[in-house]
Design a binder for this molecule. Structure first.
Ligand SMILES: [Zn+2]
Length: 383
């Protein structure tokens, strides 16, 4: 793409006020094959567009300007601290100003890049300056703002790097993005936030994302602290991207994960149980269908079967919804069937289908096997 880029640059620079500062060069900062993944950078075309809508124009110019900036001189600045003493008895003390002094504007000429840094004037030591204005102000600090979905996605993208600087293009942040140091991928990040909402760890309030009581309790009590550590998660993602680039071995990674998971699970097992969310029974009245023939507790409907509510203490009585014996006769146990069976020990099942396809009815029992704790359907034909 080197030749193409050179030609495009030639077409674009014509007539620009800083045309003579735009110099094409095959620099590694711009052309680096080792960093190309799914596609190279987006560049403008040879042809200058003639009729763009205002939105298209914004996009086009953003791409064009970035493209041009790469071939302009670097911007230079000095990190500066100016200490000012005021020759006035009413204004006591020394005043410190920290900021940057711009030495070379360089590529920043292309767009009037508004730096969020304080730009200080260029002064020399002991220079006498005049005060144009002064005022005394008082300030109150505010707690940090809540995340919105947008800011959270951004932080996930860089694993929290550069978030304090509020500088969208800080080197540290760009380096993080390029090296794969992130939480999730563009395809999965939004889904992760949605999951947190669905589970109830976070909630939306206007546009803000608020951590719920449940979420707070989880963070406070969950024993594997590494899983809340941005650095840790970021390193895992980075390693995945390193494996992709063949800079790290898959086996080493799997070993690390295996060890981490094993120690984590062991730790959780040893921890004291903490209830962070108690689901109240009243929400959903569970219907008891009858008495468990094994232990006498209530039998209730579950997702896969009708089972003994005493399962926590080891009772294994269950009537599977996909019971194979019934399935052979194209039948699934129903709630009514289970109720009758538990009450009478036998139930008349209607509309069974024979191997030949004939419909028939049968009396059925659900009996425990003599040699194990499982139950099986037994059938006796009605005469
Ligand atoms: Zn039971």
């Amino acid at each position: 793409l080197v030749d193409k880029a050179a030609k495009v640059l030639n077409n674009l620079k014509k007539g620009l006020p800083y045309e003579n500062e735009i110099i094409f060069a095959k620099k590694k900062r711009v052309f680096d094959n080792s960093k190309v993944e799914s596609h190279s950078a987006i560049t403008p075309t040879y042809l200058l567009p003639k009729s763009l809508s205002s939105d298209e124009d914004i996009v086009y110019n953003a791409i064009k300007n970035r493209f041009i900036m790469q071939f302009m001189p670097i911007a230079e600045h000095e990190e500066t601290k100016i200490i000012t003493k005021v020759n006035n008895d009413e204004i006591k003390g020394l005043f410190t100003s920290k900021g940057k002094v711009q030495l070379v504007e360089g590529w920043k000429k292309v767009e009037k890049i508004e730096s969020k840094d304080t730009i200080l004037p260029l002064v020399s030591i002991n220079e006498v300056v005049s005060i144009e204005d002064h005022k005394l102000t008082s300030h109150v600090t505010k707690p940090p703002k809540h995340h919105t979905e947008k800011t959270l996605l951004r932080v996930m993208e860089t694993c929290g790097k550069g978030k304090d600087k509020e500088d969208e293009d800080s080197e540290e942040m760009m380096a993080a993005i390029l090296s794969g140091y992130s939480i999730g991928t563009p395809a999965t990040r939004a889904e992760t936030i949605k999951k947190l909402k669905d589970v109830g760890y976070i909630a939306t309030q206007n546009k803000n994302l608020i951590c719920t009581e449940l979420g707070i309790k989880l963070v406070e009590t969950f024993p594997i602290k590494e899983l809340f550590d941005l650095e840790f998660t970021g390193r895992l993602e980075k390693t995945l991207s390193d494996i992709e680039k063949q800079k790290f071995s898959k086996r080493d990674f799997l070993n690390t994960i295996f060890e981490f998971t094993t120690t984590g699970v062991e730790k959780i097992k040893k921890e004291q149980e903490v209830i962070i969310n108690e689901v109240t029974r009243e929400k959903k009245q569970i219907e008891v269908l009858g008495k468990c023939p094994v232990c006498g507790s209530g039998v209730i409907e579950g997702q896969k079967g009708f089972g003994c509510s005493n399962w926590k203490n080891g009772c294994k009585f269950v009537i599977w919804k996909n019971d194979k014996f019934l399935a052979l006769m194209k039948k699934k146990p129903t709630k009514t069937m289970v109720k009758t069976l538990l009450k009478n020990g036998v139930v008349t099942v209607k509309g069974l289908t024979s191997k030949k396809g004939n419909k028939f009815d049968a009396k059925m029992k659900y009996e425990k096997n003599a040699d194990n704790e499982y139950f099986n359907w037994k059938m006796e034909f009605t005469k």
